[in-house]
Design a protein around this ligand. Structure first.
Ligand SMILES: [Zn+2]
Ligand SMILES: [Zn+2]
Length: 142
């Protein structure tokens, strides 16, 4: 008997998927204010129409890049979204500056895109994606 083609998911993954299927209310994914702390290098903050205030560090955003390449890489390595990849064990590790964007631009009226300091720039971060992955203390612990 072959198990090929069968996808095993943990209960946690299933719950997460079901949660992502649920639509967010419009006010929860409509930004009122977007602050990009580019010169400070700290991260992104958004005030939403429903009154919620979200924060993300640039490192989290870089390692959560939602582009197809990064998605595939995370799936293959089992790296959770927003977590840095394990450091390569080399004799002379190269210094890697912490992730920060060289530029941030809006995509239509539904997303942001970052040109990262490591040259990567294919991720489209939709308001919906950002709100679902809010990194404020309240959302992170719930
Ligand atoms: Zn990517
Ligand atoms: Zn939050």
């Amino acid at each position: 008997m072959s198990h090929e083609g069968i996808r095993f998911v943990t209960k946690e993954e299933l719950e997460r998927e079901q949660q992502e299927d649920r639509e967010l209310p419009l006010d929860a994914r409509q930004p009122v204010k977007v602050h990009v702390h580019k010169s400070e290098g700290t991260g992104l903050e958004i005030d939403w129409k429903d009154g919620h205030h979200s924060v993300w560090s640039f490192a989290w955003l870089r390692y959560a890049c939602p582009c197809a390449t990064c998605d595939a890489e995370r799936e293959q390595s089992g790296r959770p979204i927003g977590e840095p990849p394990p450091k390569e064990q080399t004799l002379l590790p190269m210094y890697q500056p912490p992730p920060r964007p060289n530029s941030v631009s809006p995509v239509g009226n539904y997303a942001l895109t970052f040109a990262w300091n490591d040259g990567h720039k294919s991720g489209i971060y939709s308001w919906d994606f950002l709100r679902r992955h809010c990194q404020c203390d309240e959302c992170k612990t719930s």
